[in-house]
Design a protein around this ligand. Structure first.
Ligand SMILES: [Ca+2]
Length: 593
C-alpha cells in the first residue's frame, strides 16, 4: 500500500500516507480531517489456520471528529490507487474485512455517535496481556528506580525495552482496595471494597461487577490468575467465579495464618487450585517458584491463542521468604533476596514469550499493589524519595514502580512522567483487545494512545487519593492538595527480623477491627494528622514544603475537584454520601455490618 491512498468518508475523499512501517504493522496518516492529521494503523497477523488476516484501528476521525459526525457514514473504503473496489459481500469479520491489499471499514453513525457493531478497538492487533503485580514492593525497590543492595536486571531490561512510568498510582495504599480498582477500573470505594480482607471477612467483589478477566473472556481470551487474589475468600468470590479460567494461589495475604507476625490463633493459610484447597500452610519459600512455574506452563499451553495472565505475586509481603537458591545472596538481606527471585521470575516469563515467538504480540505490565510496609524495617521495601509508605496516601503509599513492554508498539527506553493509574488499565486493555466496556460508571481513562506513543495522547490530569471511604488528597497535574486527615507513621524504630516497630510493646486489636487505629495497634504504627497542605510534586516529590499560602488559586481549584469527588464517591471525613457507590458482594448467610 505504497504511494497515494484515498480514504473515502461519505462523499468526501482524503489523502492517506504511510508514516511508519514495521514487520506486520503499518501506520498511516490521514490528512485534511483534523488540523494535525489523524492516524490509524493496519496490522497483518497470521491466524492459526495459516490464513493472513489484517486488522485495523478505526481512524481517529471517526471517534471524535465533528466533521464526520455531521454526516451519515455508511461505509469507509481505503483503496490503493488502481485497485478494484471491494464489495461488502466479501466482508467476513465484524465491522472490518481486509483482503488482498484492500481495507474496508464499515461504520454507521447514528444520532451523532457511533453505535454500529463495527466500533473497532484502537489496537490493530489484539495482544496477549500479562500483568505481573508485586505485593508491597516500594517505589525504590527496582534497579532502574534506584534500588540499593540488590539488583533487578530483568526489570531493568524490561524498562529499556519498554516504557518506565514515574507517576503511576494504585487507587488505594492497601491490598484488597488496590486490587479491586485494578480489576474493575473503579476507585475501590465505588465498588464497596476497602482495606485488606481476612479470613473473617463476609464480603467480596460483587457478582455484578464486570472484572477485567471477564472482559477478556468476552473477547475470546483464555485467562488465569496465579498468586494472591484478595477480593473475597468465600467460593462465590474466587477468581474462577470472576472471569478466570484457572487459579492457583492464596485467597488473602500470606500473613493471614500461623505466620502472622503479631496475631496468634489465626487458622491455617489455604493454598487453592481452582476452587479446591490443596494444602494448608504451604512452604512459603516455594511461592515465587511455584507461581512462576504455573505462569510459564500457562503461556506454553496457550501460545497459539489470545491469553490474559494475571500474576499477583505473594512476595515481598511480610512474612518474606526466598527459596534456597536466592537466600543469602544480597547485601540488602532477605528482602533483597526475595526481590531478586521475583526479578528472575519476570525474566522467566519474558524468555518464555521470546522462546515461543509471541514476544512481539504480548503486552507485559509490571507494577506493585501499594508501597512498602515500613514498620517492618529491613523486611520491608523502600519508597525511595517518596514520603511514607503502605497504608498512607502520601506518595510512598500509592505511587508504585510500573513498567510496560510490548516490542514494536510501546516505545522502548522511554520514561513517561505523565500521571497514570491502575484504574486506567481496565479501559486501556479493553480498547487494545477489542472488548466492550460495561454500561456502568468506571474511573479509568483509556491511555492506549499514551502507551503507544501517539502524538495526540491525552494523559490523565486528576487523581483522587482515597483511604477506605475517606478522601485524603487530590492531584491535578503536578499539584497535590492534602485535605485534613489522619495517617499512620512508624511508631518508633523500624522493626527487625520480620517483626513490626514497637514489637513487644504492642497491644494488638483483634484482626476484625479495621480502621486506622486497629491497623496501628497490630503493625507498630502511630496516628498523626496533617492539615490542608499543597505540594508541587514536580519540585517536591517528597511532600515536604507546604506552599498552600502562596497559591490560593491552586488550592481553590483542587478544593473544587475534591467537592466533585465527594459528591460522586462520598467522603466519611466530611460526612458526604456519594451518589454513585455500588455495594460489595456479601456471602450468603452472613449478616450485613
Ligand atoms: Ca499489598
Amino acid at each position: 500500500m505504497n504511494g497515494r491512498i484515498r480514504l473515502a468518508v461519505g462523499n468526501e475523499t482524503f489523502l492517506v500516507s504511510r508514516v511508519a512501517s514495521a514487520p506486520g504493522l503499518h501506520e498511516y496518516q490521514v490528512r485534511g480531517l483534523t488540523p494535525n492529521g489523524t492516524y490509524f494503523k493496519v496490522a497483518e497477523r497470521r491466524e492459526p489456520s495459516g490464513e493472513m488476516q489484517k486488522h485495523s484501528t478505526k481512524p481517529d476521525c471517526l471517534r471524535r471528529s465533528a466533521t464526520s459526525e455531521n454526516v451519515k457514514v455508511s461505509s469507509i473504503r481505503l483503496t490503493p490507487p488502481g485497485a478494484p473496489r471491494p464489495t461488502m459481500g466479501k466482508c467476513r469479520t465484524l465491522g472490518l474485512a481486509v483482503f488482498s491489499s484492500l481495507l474496508v471499514i464499515a461504520a454507521v453513525l447514528l444520532a451523532n455517535r457511533l453505535v454500529h457493531a463495527n466500533d473497532l478497538p484502537l489496537a490493530v492487533e489484539r495482544p496477549n496481556i500479562v500483568i505481573l503485580f508485586a505485593d508491597d514492593l516500594g517505589y525504590g525497590d527496582v534497579g532502574c528506580y534506584g534500588a540499593k543492595g540488590f539488583v533487578t536486571p530483568q526489570l531493568d531490561r524490561m524498562a529499556s525495552e519498554g516504557t518506565r512510568f514515574t507517576s503511576f498510582y494504585v487507587a488505594q495504599p492497601v491490598c484488597t482496595a488496590s486490587r479491586a480498582a485494578l480489576m474493575t477500573g473503579c476507585y475501590s470505594n465505588r465498588v464497596g471494597m476497602a482495606g485488606a480482607l481476612n479470613h473473617t471477612s463476609p464480603i467480596g467483589i460483587a457478582a455484578d461487577e464486570v472484572l477485567l478477566p471477564e472482559l477478556c473472556q468476552q473477547a475470546g481470551y483464555v485467562t488465569a490468575c496465579f498468586g494472591k487474589w484478595h477480593l473475597g475468600h468465600h467460593p462465590q468470590f474466587l477468581p474462577t467465579r470472576n472471569g478466570f479460567h484457572e487459579f492457583f494461589g492464596i485467597p488473602y495475604s500470606n500473613d493471614n495464618g500461623p505466620l502472622h507476625p503479631v496475631i496468634r490463633d489465626i487458622p491455617g493459610l489455604p493454598l487453592i487450585e481452582g476452587e479446591q484447597p490443596i494444602e494448608t500452610d504451604p512452604d512459603q519459600s516455594q511461592f515465587t517458584r511455584r507461581i512462576t512455574d504455573h505462569a510459564v506452563q500457562f503461556i506454553e499451553r496457550n501460545a497459539a491463542r489470545p491469553f490474559f495472565l494475571y500474576v499477583p505475586h505473594i512476595m515481598p509481603h511480610v512474612p518474606i521468604f526466598a527459596s534456597d537458591k536466592y537466600r543469602g545472596r544480597t547485601a540488602r538481606g532477605l528482602y533483597g533476596d526475595v526481590v531478586e527471585e521475583l526479578d528472575d521470575s519476570v525474566g522467566e516469563v519474558l524468555s518464555t514469550l521470546k522462546r515461543l515467538n509471541i514476544d512481539d504480540r504480548t503486552l507485559v505490565i509490571f507494577a506493585s499493589d501499594n508501597g512498602p510496609f515500613l514498620s517492618y524495617g529491613e523486611h520491608a521495601g523502600s519508597a525511595g524519595p517518596l514520603r511514607e509508605g503502605k497504608l498512607t496516601t502520601f506518595e510512598g503509599g500509592v505511587r508504585v514502580p510500573c513498567l510496560m513492554r510490548w516490542p514494536g508498539r510501546i516505545p522502548a527506553g522511554r520514561v513517561c512522567d505523565e500521571l497514570a493509574s491502575t484504574l486506567d488499565l481496565y479501559p486501556t486493555l479493553a480498547s487494545l483487545i477489542g472488548a466492550k466496556l460495561p454500561e456502568r460508571r468506571i474511573d479509568g481513562q483509556n491511555l492506549a494512545p499514551l502507551l503507544l506513543g501517539q502524538p495526540d495522547a491525552q494523559p490523565r490530569e486528576v487523581f483522587h487519593y482515597y483511604s477506605g471511604d475517606e478522601l485524603h488528597a487530590v492531584r491535578w497535574q503536578h499539584w497535590k492538595l492534602h485535605l485534613p486527615h489522619e495517617y499512620l507513621t512508624t511508631a518508633a524504630e523500624p522493626g527487625r527480623g520480620g517483626k513490626p516497630s514497637n514489637y513487644g510493646k504492642l497491644a494488638p486489636a483483634a484482626i476484625e477491627q479495621s480502621g486506622i487505629r486497629g491497623i496501628a495497634s497490630r503493625h507498630g504504627y502511630r496516628v498523626e494528622s496533617i492539615g490542608v497542605s499543597l505540594f508541587n510534586l514536580q519540585d517536591d516529590v517528597s511532600e515536604t514544603h507546604n506552599i498552600a499560602n502562596a497559591h490560593p488559586d491552586i488550592v481553590a481549584r483542587l478544593q473544587a475537584l475534591a467537592a466533585e469527588a465527594r459528591a460522586d464517591l462520598g467522603d466519611s471525613l466530611t460526612k458526604t454520601t456519594g451518589k454513585n457507590l455500588r455495594p460489595a458482594g456479601r456471602a450468603t448467610g452472613t449478616a450485613p455490618r
